[in-house]
Design a protein around this ligand. Structure first.
Ligand code: PMV
Length: 317
């Protein structure tokens, strides 16, 4: 093994699912983009008395050995240790924090784990490719989500727009022309594990209806990819609104999300939908630079607690 650094830091962006959430768990394609306006950061600094985890946002500081069962950060640290072939981690403190709201569909869990894996790997001198980071973070996502599709760890670890099919390597999504999205937060956290579990229960209860819903979502994701790669993002609006209706039919929307989606569409957005696990969390509205201010105002009036502007663009080479 190589030498240990005295202090390392790393960060990772949030993410937004443009199309295909939930259906992606059942093999349909989905599109997602990194959202750099919100970030997770991790720092590892040499310490004493073992390996400590300091999850500041949660107000928790604990030794690795004392982590609760299923703790994703302890899992991340342990996976990096194993990957490096170490008996034990050096005495140090891993501190994490994030500006990404928790349980809000913006990938906070994947981002925190990605930043932690990167910072810890750098600390112990372990080189990891982006695909390695993604694979390790996927293991932590299993603790949070139960049956994750792998889309969150892929888009966050690769930090580029992706076309994702479960079980396959993520394909880069080529954004031919940038487009402007508003991301509005209902302010209501909603654990993804619950909505994913409810969709599974729905699928078991009504397999044919849910299979039809998943297929319709998959067709939308494929059509959206073509428009994005063909430089016609302004045509995405109706696909977003249709995807939202299909998510409503899966019962993963909520009155707050529907109110924001309606407000966006009535104030000039080209289309809008919930994003991520649903039931709360965030929604997306496709806007132009001309309509952005009016749509943002309407979202805030309709109860959004925060609106982020982001441009989806091609990944940095
Ligand atoms: O709520 P988020 O941002 O973690 O998004 C989860 C996306 C789902 O499709 C609902 C689940 C998954 O594992 O893909």
């Amino acid at each position: 093994m190589t030498a240990t650094a005295s202090k390392t830091t790393a960060s990772a962006p949030g993410k937004a699912i443009l199309f295909g959430e939930h259906a992606v768990v059942y093999g349909q394609p989905a599109l997602a983009v990194p959202v750099s306006q919100v970030q997770a950061t991790a720092m590892v600094a040499a310490g004493a008395g073992g390996f400590w985890i300091d999850a500041r946002d949660l107000g928790r500081r604990y030794r690795l050995e004392e982590a609760r069962p299923g703790d994703p950060l302890a899992k991340a640290a342990d996976l990096v240790r194993k990957r490096a072939g170490l008996e034990r981690l050096p005495d140090a403190v891993l501190s994490v924090s994030a500006t990404i709201p928790i349980a809000s569909g913006l990938g906070s869990g994947a981002a925190v784990a990605t930043a932690a894996v990167r910072a810890l790997a750098a600390f112990i001198g372990l080189t990891l490719e982006r695909g390695d980071v993604s694979a390790l973070v996927f293991e932590t996502e299993k603790l949070l989500h139960g049956t994750p599709s792998g889309i969150d760890n892929s888009v966050v670890a690769f930090e580029q727009p992706v076309y994702f099919v479960r079980g396959q390597p993520p394909q880069p999504l080529r954004v031919a022309r940038p487009f402007h999205l508003l991301i509005a937060d209902t302010g209501r956290p909603s654990p993804t594990r619950l909505s994913v579990g409810d969709v599974r229960a729905g699928y078991q209860r009504e397999p044919e209806r849910y299979a039809r819903l998943f297929e319709a979502v998959g067709a939308i994701a494929r059509a959206a990819r073509l428009l994005i790669e063909d430089g016609q993002p302004d045509e995405l609006g109706p696909l977003m609104s249709r995807n939202h209706q299909l998510l409503q039919a899966m019962d993963v929307s909520s009155p707050e999300l529907d109110r924001l989606v309606d407000a966006a569409c009535r104030s000039g957005a080209l289309g809008a939908k919930l994003s991520g696990g649903g039931r709360g969390g965030n929604m997306l509205a496709l806007v132009t630079d001309e309509t952005a201010a009016a749509v943002e105002r309407a979202l805030l009036e309709a109860g959004a607690v925060r609106v982020i502007h982001t441009y989806c663009r091609a990944a940095n080479p």
